[in-house]
Design a protein around this ligand. Structure first.
Ligand code: SF4
Ligand code: SF4
Length: 121
């Protein structure tokens, strides 16, 4: 079974345009929704996202809704821990397709990464 992982130089999930995420209020608390909306830049990208390096500039203190953990996904989407990989992979693929396209390099790199055996560090 594929194991979810984030790939460097993607950043698709940091494109936050609310128009592309009509169900935000269904899974974010009122406080988190307000925090989310406060991060949306004029071009839809998160104001904390460096579009040159494709990195989060507040990575260590990023909000909980930016973190792919069993706890956050259970809280937001009612996903059981054993279903996290499949659900998170689907989320990433949807977001990457929407931002970069189905045939993008980013999609290829993501699909390759999740297909590779994981090495514990
Ligand atoms: S869409 Fe997925 S792979 Fe891309 S930056 Fe976000 S979490 Fe990482
Ligand atoms: S806070 Fe960081 S991880 Fe979250 S959307 Fe913004 S740039 Fe991406």
């Amino acid at each position: 079974m594929a194991t979810w992982q984030c790939v460097k130089n993607c950043g698709a999930c940091c494109q936050l345009s609310p128009s592309d995420r009509p169900e935000l209020a269904d899974y974010l608390s009122a406080d988190d929704l307000a925090g989310y909306l406060s991060m949306v830049g004029a071009d839809g990208w998160c104001i904390h996202y460096d579009q040159i390096t494709r990195e989060c500039t507040i990575y260590e203190t990023r909000p909980s809704f930016c973190r792919v953990t069993a706890e956050t996904f259970q809280a937001m989407f009612d996903i059981e821990p054993e279903a996290l990989d499949e659900f998170a992979i689907d989320c990433c693929q949807q977001q990457i397709a929407g931002v970069y396209g189905d045939d993008s390099l980013e999609m290829s790199r993501f699909n390759q990464a999740i297909a590779e055996p994981q090495i514990d560090s």
